[in-house]
Write a protein that binds this ligand. Structure first.
Ligand SMILES: NC(=O)C1=CN([C@@H]2O[C@H](COP(=O)(O)OP(=O)(O)OC[C@H]3O[C@@H](n4cnc5c(N)ncnc54)[C@H](OP(=O)(O)O)[C@@H]3O)[C@@H](O)[C@H]2O)C=CC1
Length: 432
Protein backbone atom coordinates (compact mmCIF):
# COMPACT_ATOMS: atom_id res chain seq x y z
CA UNK A 1 0.00 0.00 0.00
CA UNK A 2 1.28 3.50 -0.85
CA UNK A 3 1.83 5.90 2.03
CA UNK A 4 -0.82 8.57 2.45
CA UNK A 5 -1.35 11.30 5.00
CA UNK A 6 -4.96 11.86 6.00
CA UNK A 7 -6.44 14.86 7.74
CA UNK A 8 -9.71 14.38 9.63
CA UNK A 9 -11.70 17.43 10.76
CA UNK A 10 -13.64 16.91 14.00
CA UNK A 11 -13.31 14.39 16.85
CA UNK A 12 -16.99 13.86 17.60
CA UNK A 13 -18.45 10.34 17.39
CA UNK A 14 -18.12 10.27 13.57
CA UNK A 15 -14.53 11.52 13.72
CA UNK A 16 -13.66 8.82 16.27
CA UNK A 17 -15.26 6.10 14.12
CA UNK A 18 -13.33 7.43 11.12
CA UNK A 19 -9.94 7.43 12.82
CA UNK A 20 -10.54 3.91 14.09
CA UNK A 21 -11.42 2.55 10.64
CA UNK A 22 -8.47 4.28 9.00
CA UNK A 23 -6.01 3.01 11.63
CA UNK A 24 -7.42 -0.51 11.33
CA UNK A 25 -6.90 -0.33 7.56
CA UNK A 26 -3.23 0.49 8.19
CA UNK A 27 -3.55 4.23 7.47
CA UNK A 28 -1.73 5.62 10.48
CA UNK A 29 -0.26 8.87 9.12
CA UNK A 30 -3.35 10.52 10.48
CA UNK A 31 -4.12 13.79 12.12
CA UNK A 32 -7.50 14.71 13.50
CA UNK A 33 -8.07 18.38 14.33
CA UNK A 34 -10.63 19.13 17.03
CA UNK A 35 -11.42 22.79 17.68
CA UNK A 36 -12.67 22.21 21.23
CA UNK A 37 -10.65 21.19 24.28
CA UNK A 38 -12.14 17.67 24.37
CA UNK A 39 -13.27 14.97 21.95
CA UNK A 40 -16.94 13.94 21.78
CA UNK A 41 -18.38 16.74 19.63
CA UNK A 42 -21.78 18.10 20.64
CA UNK A 43 -22.11 15.34 23.28
CA UNK A 44 -19.72 17.31 25.50
CA UNK A 45 -22.29 19.27 27.48
CA UNK A 46 -21.39 22.88 28.16
CA UNK A 47 -23.28 25.70 29.92
CA UNK A 48 -21.64 28.17 27.56
CA UNK A 49 -24.28 29.24 25.00
CA UNK A 50 -21.56 29.97 22.44
CA UNK A 51 -20.20 26.42 22.58
CA UNK A 52 -22.25 23.98 20.49
CA UNK A 53 -23.44 21.14 22.71
CA UNK A 54 -26.42 19.04 23.62
CA UNK A 55 -28.84 20.46 26.18
CA UNK A 56 -28.63 19.15 29.73
CA UNK A 57 -31.67 16.86 29.49
CA UNK A 58 -30.83 15.34 26.08
CA UNK A 59 -31.16 11.60 25.65
CA UNK A 60 -30.65 9.74 22.40
CA UNK A 61 -33.60 9.48 20.05
CA UNK A 62 -32.36 6.16 18.65
CA UNK A 63 -32.30 3.19 20.99
CA UNK A 64 -29.21 1.80 22.71
CA UNK A 65 -29.54 -1.40 20.69
CA UNK A 66 -29.28 0.47 17.39
CA UNK A 67 -26.84 3.13 18.60
CA UNK A 68 -23.90 0.97 19.63
CA UNK A 69 -20.92 0.19 17.41
CA UNK A 70 -21.10 -3.48 16.36
CA UNK A 71 -17.66 -4.19 17.87
CA UNK A 72 -18.13 -2.11 21.00
CA UNK A 73 -21.44 -2.69 22.82
CA UNK A 74 -22.81 -0.19 25.30
CA UNK A 75 -22.70 -1.27 28.97
CA UNK A 76 -25.53 -3.58 30.06
CA UNK A 77 -26.59 -1.07 32.68
CA UNK A 78 -27.41 1.56 30.05
CA UNK A 79 -31.14 2.23 29.54
CA UNK A 80 -32.94 1.97 26.19
CA UNK A 81 -32.38 5.68 25.55
CA UNK A 82 -29.05 6.72 27.15
CA UNK A 83 -28.46 10.24 28.45
CA UNK A 84 -25.98 12.61 26.85
CA UNK A 85 -23.52 11.95 29.71
CA UNK A 86 -23.72 8.19 29.12
CA UNK A 87 -23.10 8.69 25.40
CA UNK A 88 -20.06 10.83 26.14
CA UNK A 89 -18.72 8.22 28.57
CA UNK A 90 -19.31 5.54 25.94
CA UNK A 91 -17.43 7.57 23.30
CA UNK A 92 -14.54 8.19 25.70
CA UNK A 93 -14.37 4.45 26.43
CA UNK A 94 -14.37 3.74 22.67
CA UNK A 95 -11.54 6.24 22.16
CA UNK A 96 -9.52 4.59 24.96
CA UNK A 97 -10.26 1.01 23.86
CA UNK A 98 -9.00 1.64 20.32
CA UNK A 99 -6.21 4.02 21.36
CA UNK A 100 -7.49 6.88 19.21
CA UNK A 101 -6.28 9.86 21.31
CA UNK A 102 -2.81 9.69 19.80
CA UNK A 103 -4.22 10.90 16.46
CA UNK A 104 -6.24 13.81 17.89
CA UNK A 105 -5.04 17.41 18.29
CA UNK A 106 -7.36 19.25 20.66
CA UNK A 107 -7.89 23.02 20.52
CA UNK A 108 -6.79 22.94 16.91
CA UNK A 109 -9.25 24.60 14.56
CA UNK A 110 -9.12 24.07 10.81
CA UNK A 111 -9.70 27.49 9.22
CA UNK A 112 -9.20 26.63 5.54
CA UNK A 113 -8.56 23.64 3.31
CA UNK A 114 -7.42 24.28 -0.27
CA UNK A 115 -6.76 21.70 -3.00
CA UNK A 116 -3.13 21.70 -4.16
CA UNK A 117 -2.30 21.92 -7.87
CA UNK A 118 -0.84 18.44 -8.04
CA UNK A 119 -3.33 16.72 -5.74
CA UNK A 120 -3.87 16.66 -2.02
CA UNK A 121 -4.67 19.49 0.35
CA UNK A 122 -3.14 22.49 2.04
CA UNK A 123 -4.72 22.68 5.48
CA UNK A 124 -4.62 25.88 7.56
CA UNK A 125 -5.30 25.58 11.26
CA UNK A 126 -5.04 27.62 14.43
CA UNK A 127 -4.02 26.51 17.89
CA UNK A 128 -2.81 28.22 21.07
CA UNK A 129 0.54 29.04 19.42
CA UNK A 130 -0.95 30.73 16.35
CA UNK A 131 -1.73 29.86 12.71
CA UNK A 132 -0.07 26.91 10.94
CA UNK A 133 -0.39 24.95 7.74
CA UNK A 134 0.26 21.38 6.71
CA UNK A 135 -0.34 19.18 3.70
CA UNK A 136 -2.43 16.02 3.46
CA UNK A 137 -3.22 13.60 0.65
CA UNK A 138 -6.82 13.14 1.76
CA UNK A 139 -9.26 15.28 3.68
CA UNK A 140 -12.15 13.80 5.65
CA UNK A 141 -14.81 16.16 6.97
CA UNK A 142 -16.46 14.94 10.19
CA UNK A 143 -17.54 18.31 11.52
CA UNK A 144 -21.23 17.47 11.72
CA UNK A 145 -24.24 19.42 10.57
CA UNK A 146 -25.45 21.10 13.74
CA UNK A 147 -23.19 24.15 13.59
CA UNK A 148 -24.84 26.88 11.51
CA UNK A 149 -28.18 27.80 13.11
CA UNK A 150 -31.17 28.81 10.99
CA UNK A 151 -32.44 32.07 12.60
CA UNK A 152 -35.55 33.17 10.67
CA UNK A 153 -36.51 36.86 10.33
CA UNK A 154 -39.61 37.65 12.34
CA UNK A 155 -41.43 40.62 10.77
CA UNK A 156 -41.92 43.45 13.24
CA UNK A 157 -39.93 43.86 16.42
CA UNK A 158 -39.92 41.49 19.37
CA UNK A 159 -38.75 43.21 22.55
CA UNK A 160 -38.17 40.05 24.63
CA UNK A 161 -35.21 37.68 24.63
CA UNK A 162 -34.45 35.49 21.59
CA UNK A 163 -32.09 32.55 21.26
CA UNK A 164 -31.54 29.58 18.99
CA UNK A 165 -32.00 26.01 20.22
CA UNK A 166 -28.24 25.53 19.78
CA UNK A 167 -27.74 28.12 22.56
CA UNK A 168 -30.37 26.58 24.85
CA UNK A 169 -28.71 24.49 27.58
CA UNK A 170 -31.15 24.00 30.45
CA UNK A 171 -34.58 25.07 31.64
CA UNK A 172 -33.50 26.80 34.89
CA UNK A 173 -33.32 30.33 33.46
CA UNK A 174 -36.88 30.16 32.15
CA UNK A 175 -38.67 29.71 35.49
CA UNK A 176 -41.89 31.72 35.61
CA UNK A 177 -41.50 33.03 32.03
CA UNK A 178 -43.84 32.88 29.05
CA UNK A 179 -41.86 31.01 26.44
CA UNK A 180 -42.49 30.51 22.73
CA UNK A 181 -40.61 27.63 21.11
CA UNK A 182 -40.65 27.75 17.29
CA UNK A 183 -40.09 24.46 15.41
CA UNK A 184 -41.53 20.99 15.89
CA UNK A 185 -38.40 18.91 15.29
CA UNK A 186 -36.63 16.90 17.96
CA UNK A 187 -35.00 20.01 19.46
CA UNK A 188 -38.23 22.03 19.58
CA UNK A 189 -40.30 19.29 21.22
CA UNK A 190 -37.56 18.32 23.71
CA UNK A 191 -37.00 21.94 24.72
CA UNK A 192 -40.72 22.78 24.97
CA UNK A 193 -41.24 19.69 27.16
CA UNK A 194 -38.33 20.54 29.48
CA UNK A 195 -39.07 24.26 29.75
CA UNK A 196 -42.78 23.60 30.43
CA UNK A 197 -41.80 22.14 33.82
CA UNK A 198 -40.58 25.52 35.09
CA UNK A 199 -42.06 28.21 32.82
CA UNK A 200 -45.36 29.94 33.54
CA UNK A 201 -46.46 28.76 30.11
CA UNK A 202 -45.00 27.42 26.86
CA UNK A 203 -46.36 27.71 23.32
CA UNK A 204 -44.99 25.48 20.59
CA UNK A 205 -45.29 26.99 17.10
CA UNK A 206 -45.14 24.50 14.23
CA UNK A 207 -45.53 25.98 10.75
CA UNK A 208 -46.04 22.76 8.79
CA UNK A 209 -47.30 19.31 9.83
CA UNK A 210 -44.71 17.25 11.75
CA UNK A 211 -44.77 13.56 12.49
CA UNK A 212 -44.47 13.27 16.28
CA UNK A 213 -43.98 9.67 17.35
CA UNK A 214 -43.72 8.15 20.85
CA UNK A 215 -40.34 6.49 21.53
CA UNK A 216 -41.88 3.25 22.80
CA UNK A 217 -44.31 0.84 21.18
CA UNK A 218 -45.63 -2.08 23.22
CA UNK A 219 -42.94 -1.40 25.79
CA UNK A 220 -40.03 -1.61 23.38
CA UNK A 221 -38.10 1.11 21.49
CA UNK A 222 -39.84 2.10 18.30
CA UNK A 223 -36.74 1.67 16.11
CA UNK A 224 -36.20 -1.86 17.46
CA UNK A 225 -39.80 -2.81 16.66
CA UNK A 226 -39.62 -1.40 13.16
CA UNK A 227 -36.19 -2.89 12.44
CA UNK A 228 -38.05 -6.15 11.92
CA UNK A 229 -39.40 -4.59 8.73
CA UNK A 230 -36.01 -3.31 7.58
CA UNK A 231 -35.98 -4.93 4.10
CA UNK A 232 -36.54 -2.41 1.26
CA UNK A 233 -39.50 -4.35 -0.16
CA UNK A 234 -41.20 -3.99 3.25
CA UNK A 235 -40.97 -0.18 3.20
CA UNK A 236 -44.65 0.15 2.40
CA UNK A 237 -45.59 -2.27 5.19
CA UNK A 238 -43.39 -0.25 7.55
CA UNK A 239 -45.10 2.97 6.53
CA UNK A 240 -48.57 1.45 6.76
CA UNK A 241 -47.96 -0.04 10.20
CA UNK A 242 -46.47 3.18 11.47
CA UNK A 243 -49.52 5.07 10.25
CA UNK A 244 -51.83 2.57 11.94
CA UNK A 245 -49.74 2.64 15.12
CA UNK A 246 -49.90 6.44 15.19
CA UNK A 247 -53.66 6.39 14.76
CA UNK A 248 -53.96 4.05 17.76
CA UNK A 249 -51.28 5.59 20.00
CA UNK A 250 -51.69 9.27 19.19
CA UNK A 251 -54.92 9.75 17.23
CA UNK A 252 -55.52 12.83 15.07
CA UNK A 253 -52.89 15.52 15.71
CA UNK A 254 -55.69 18.12 15.51
CA UNK A 255 -56.73 16.91 18.98
CA UNK A 256 -53.49 18.46 20.27
CA UNK A 257 -53.91 21.70 18.32
CA UNK A 258 -51.34 20.50 15.76
CA UNK A 259 -51.58 20.06 12.00
CA UNK A 260 -52.19 16.60 10.60
CA UNK A 261 -49.37 15.31 8.32
CA UNK A 262 -50.58 13.89 5.01
CA UNK A 263 -49.00 11.28 2.77
CA UNK A 264 -46.30 8.79 3.71
CA UNK A 265 -45.29 8.98 7.37
CA UNK A 266 -41.60 8.54 6.60
CA UNK A 267 -41.51 11.30 3.99
CA UNK A 268 -40.90 13.58 7.03
CA UNK A 269 -37.98 13.38 9.45
CA UNK A 270 -39.96 12.28 12.53
CA UNK A 271 -39.85 13.80 15.97
CA UNK A 272 -39.38 11.04 18.54
CA UNK A 273 -40.93 12.29 21.73
CA UNK A 274 -43.13 10.53 24.26
CA UNK A 275 -43.69 13.61 26.43
CA UNK A 276 -44.72 16.58 24.31
CA UNK A 277 -48.25 15.44 23.42
CA UNK A 278 -48.80 14.65 27.08
CA UNK A 279 -47.60 18.14 28.10
CA UNK A 280 -50.02 19.66 25.60
CA UNK A 281 -52.94 17.67 27.02
CA UNK A 282 -51.90 18.64 30.55
CA UNK A 283 -52.27 22.30 29.55
CA UNK A 284 -48.57 23.07 30.06
CA UNK A 285 -47.83 23.55 26.35
CA UNK A 286 -50.12 25.12 23.73
CA UNK A 287 -49.80 23.96 20.13
CA UNK A 288 -49.75 26.94 17.71
CA UNK A 289 -49.36 27.36 13.93
CA UNK A 290 -46.53 29.38 12.33
CA UNK A 291 -45.48 32.82 13.55
CA UNK A 292 -46.49 35.84 11.44
CA UNK A 293 -45.12 38.92 13.20
CA UNK A 294 -44.21 40.51 16.51
CA UNK A 295 -44.79 43.87 18.16
CA UNK A 296 -43.24 44.44 21.57
CA UNK A 297 -43.87 41.28 23.58
CA UNK A 298 -46.82 40.25 21.43
CA UNK A 299 -46.51 37.59 18.75
CA UNK A 300 -49.19 37.06 16.09
CA UNK A 301 -49.62 33.57 14.62
CA UNK A 302 -50.74 32.66 11.11
CA UNK A 303 -54.26 31.83 12.33
CA UNK A 304 -54.61 35.39 13.64
CA UNK A 305 -54.28 34.50 17.34
CA UNK A 306 -51.93 36.55 19.51
CA UNK A 307 -50.11 36.07 22.80
CA UNK A 308 -47.43 37.77 24.88
CA UNK A 309 -44.04 36.13 25.45
CA UNK A 310 -40.88 36.89 27.40
CA UNK A 311 -38.65 34.63 25.32
CA UNK A 312 -38.59 33.04 21.86
CA UNK A 313 -36.47 29.92 21.37
CA UNK A 314 -35.91 29.27 17.66
CA UNK A 315 -35.64 25.50 17.28
CA UNK A 316 -35.53 25.99 13.52
CA UNK A 317 -32.68 23.69 12.60
CA UNK A 318 -29.26 24.10 11.05
CA UNK A 319 -27.69 24.76 7.65
CA UNK A 320 -25.34 22.34 5.95
CA UNK A 321 -21.83 23.17 4.97
CA UNK A 322 -18.17 23.28 5.87
CA UNK A 323 -17.12 26.96 5.64
CA UNK A 324 -13.41 26.10 5.75
CA UNK A 325 -13.78 24.38 2.36
CA UNK A 326 -14.50 27.68 0.58
CA UNK A 327 -15.29 27.23 -3.11
CA UNK A 328 -14.67 23.46 -3.08
CA UNK A 329 -17.94 22.89 -1.37
CA UNK A 330 -20.81 24.49 -3.25
CA UNK A 331 -23.28 26.50 -1.22
CA UNK A 332 -25.70 23.89 0.08
CA UNK A 333 -27.60 26.28 2.31
CA UNK A 334 -30.81 26.17 0.34
CA UNK A 335 -30.30 22.76 -1.27
CA UNK A 336 -33.02 20.14 -1.13
CA UNK A 337 -30.36 17.53 -2.07
CA UNK A 338 -26.59 17.34 -1.80
CA UNK A 339 -24.49 16.25 -4.82
CA UNK A 340 -22.68 13.45 -2.99
CA UNK A 341 -22.30 9.82 -3.99
CA UNK A 342 -23.51 7.73 -1.05
CA UNK A 343 -23.84 11.10 0.75
CA UNK A 344 -20.05 10.99 1.05
CA UNK A 345 -18.22 11.84 -2.17
CA UNK A 346 -18.28 14.76 -4.60
CA UNK A 347 -18.00 13.67 -8.22
CA UNK A 348 -15.04 15.92 -9.06
CA UNK A 349 -12.97 15.83 -5.87
CA UNK A 350 -11.56 12.33 -5.39
CA UNK A 351 -9.49 13.07 -2.30
CA UNK A 352 -12.33 14.41 -0.13
CA UNK A 353 -14.89 12.51 1.97
CA UNK A 354 -17.79 13.70 4.11
CA UNK A 355 -18.54 11.34 6.96
CA UNK A 356 -21.63 11.69 9.12
CA UNK A 357 -23.27 14.23 6.80
CA UNK A 358 -26.46 12.19 6.95
CA UNK A 359 -29.74 12.41 8.76
CA UNK A 360 -31.03 8.92 9.44
CA UNK A 361 -34.11 8.05 11.41
CA UNK A 362 -31.70 6.47 13.82
CA UNK A 363 -28.09 6.75 14.85
CA UNK A 364 -25.54 8.68 12.79
CA UNK A 365 -22.29 7.23 14.14
CA UNK A 366 -23.10 3.58 13.48
CA UNK A 367 -23.61 4.47 9.80
CA UNK A 368 -20.53 6.70 9.91
CA UNK A 369 -18.54 3.63 10.96
CA UNK A 370 -19.55 1.95 7.70
CA UNK A 371 -18.87 5.11 5.68
CA UNK A 372 -15.41 5.33 7.24
CA UNK A 373 -14.62 1.73 6.26
CA UNK A 374 -15.43 2.64 2.67
CA UNK A 375 -13.25 5.76 2.77
CA UNK A 376 -10.43 3.68 4.26
CA UNK A 377 -10.87 1.11 1.49
CA UNK A 378 -10.54 3.74 -1.21
CA UNK A 379 -7.53 5.40 0.40
CA UNK A 380 -5.77 2.05 0.82
CA UNK A 381 -6.49 1.14 -2.81
CA UNK A 382 -8.85 -1.77 -2.05
CA UNK A 383 -11.82 -0.04 -3.68
CA UNK A 384 -12.33 2.58 -6.40
CA UNK A 385 -15.36 4.80 -6.68
CA UNK A 386 -17.39 3.99 -9.81
CA UNK A 387 -16.63 5.79 -13.06
CA UNK A 388 -20.29 6.79 -13.50
CA UNK A 389 -20.41 8.55 -10.12
CA UNK A 390 -22.24 11.64 -11.50
CA UNK A 391 -25.04 9.51 -12.95
CA UNK A 392 -25.34 7.63 -9.64
CA UNK A 393 -25.60 10.85 -7.65
CA UNK A 394 -28.37 12.07 -9.97
CA UNK A 395 -30.19 8.74 -9.79
CA UNK A 396 -30.08 8.61 -5.98
CA UNK A 397 -31.17 12.23 -5.67
CA UNK A 398 -34.14 11.57 -7.99
CA UNK A 399 -35.09 8.63 -5.73
CA UNK A 400 -34.76 10.71 -2.55
CA UNK A 401 -36.73 13.60 -4.05
CA UNK A 402 -39.66 11.20 -4.38
CA UNK A 403 -39.14 9.76 -0.89
CA UNK A 404 -38.81 12.86 1.28
CA UNK A 405 -40.59 16.18 1.52
CA UNK A 406 -38.51 18.69 -0.49
CA UNK A 407 -36.80 20.94 2.05
CA UNK A 408 -33.42 21.92 3.39
CA UNK A 409 -34.34 19.77 6.38
CA UNK A 410 -34.34 16.58 4.29
CA UNK A 411 -31.27 17.33 2.13
CA UNK A 412 -29.25 14.55 3.77
CA UNK A 413 -32.09 12.30 4.93
CA UNK A 414 -31.42 8.55 4.62
CA UNK A 415 -33.40 5.44 5.42
CA UNK A 416 -31.18 3.89 8.10
CA UNK A 417 -31.57 0.26 7.09
CA UNK A 418 -31.51 0.77 3.35
CA UNK A 419 -28.51 3.07 3.54
CA UNK A 420 -26.69 0.58 5.79
CA UNK A 421 -27.48 -2.18 3.29
CA UNK A 422 -26.24 -0.03 0.40
CA UNK A 423 -22.91 0.59 2.16
CA UNK A 424 -22.69 -3.06 3.17
CA UNK A 425 -23.16 -4.14 -0.43
CA UNK A 426 -20.33 -1.90 -1.63
CA UNK A 427 -18.12 -3.08 1.23
CA UNK A 428 -18.95 -6.76 0.62
CA UNK A 429 -18.30 -6.42 -3.12
CA UNK A 430 -14.61 -6.09 -2.44
CA UNK A 431 -14.61 -8.52 0.47
CA UNK A 432 -14.25 -6.20 3.48
N1 LIG B 1 -31.47 13.59 21.22
C1 LIG B 1 -31.10 13.66 19.98
O1 LIG B 1 -30.40 12.77 19.49
C2 LIG B 1 -31.53 14.84 19.17
C3 LIG B 1 -31.32 14.83 17.82
N2 LIG B 1 -31.68 15.89 17.06
C4 LIG B 1 -31.44 15.81 15.62
O2 LIG B 1 -30.75 16.98 15.23
C5 LIG B 1 -31.19 17.41 13.95
C6 LIG B 1 -31.71 18.84 14.03
O3 LIG B 1 -32.95 18.83 14.77
P1 LIG B 1 -33.75 20.17 15.05
O4 LIG B 1 -32.82 21.14 15.72
O5 LIG B 1 -34.99 19.82 15.71
O6 LIG B 1 -34.01 20.79 13.60
P2 LIG B 1 -34.94 20.21 12.41
O7 LIG B 1 -34.37 20.79 11.16
O8 LIG B 1 -35.13 18.78 12.49
O9 LIG B 1 -36.37 20.91 12.69
C7 LIG B 1 -36.53 22.29 12.48
C8 LIG B 1 -37.97 22.67 12.77
O10 LIG B 1 -38.06 24.08 12.60
C9 LIG B 1 -39.02 24.38 11.59
N3 LIG B 1 -38.55 25.53 10.84
C10 LIG B 1 -37.47 25.62 10.04
N4 LIG B 1 -37.36 26.86 9.54
C11 LIG B 1 -38.41 27.57 10.04
C12 LIG B 1 -38.85 28.91 9.88
N5 LIG B 1 -38.20 29.77 9.10
N6 LIG B 1 -39.98 29.28 10.53
C13 LIG B 1 -40.65 28.41 11.33
N7 LIG B 1 -40.29 27.13 11.51
C14 LIG B 1 -39.15 26.72 10.87
C15 LIG B 1 -39.10 23.13 10.75
O11 LIG B 1 -40.33 23.11 10.08
P3 LIG B 1 -40.47 22.62 8.53
O12 LIG B 1 -40.53 21.13 8.59
O13 LIG B 1 -41.74 23.28 8.10
O14 LIG B 1 -39.26 23.13 7.80
C16 LIG B 1 -38.99 22.05 11.82
O15 LIG B 1 -40.20 21.90 12.50
C17 LIG B 1 -32.24 16.38 13.51
O16 LIG B 1 -31.61 15.40 12.74
C18 LIG B 1 -32.72 15.80 14.81
O17 LIG B 1 -33.27 14.51 14.67
C19 LIG B 1 -32.25 17.00 17.61
C20 LIG B 1 -32.50 17.05 18.95
C21 LIG B 1 -32.18 15.96 19.85
Amino acid sequence: MDHYRVCVVGAGPTGLATIKSLAEAGITDLICHEAQDASGGIWVYSDDPERPSVYQTAHTISSKMLSQFPDFPMPDAYPDYPSNRQILDYMRAYEARFDLSRYIRLKSKVTAARPRDNGGWEISFEDATGGHSQTADYLIVCSGHHREPVMPDLPGEFSGEQLHAGQYKKADGFAGKKVLVVGGGNSGCDIASAVSRVASHVSLSIRSPQVIVPKLVAGRPLDVQFAKLRKPHLRWARDGLLKLGLTLLVGPYERYGLQQPRGRVLSHHPTLNTVILDRIRHGMVTGRPGVRSAAGREVTFTDGTRADFDVIIWATGYRLGAPFLGDVCPDWNEAAQVPLYLKMMLADVPDLFFIGLIQPIGCIWVLADQQAKLAAAEISGAWRRPADIKARIERDNRRDAKRYKASLRHAVQVDTHEYAAELDKVLCDFGK
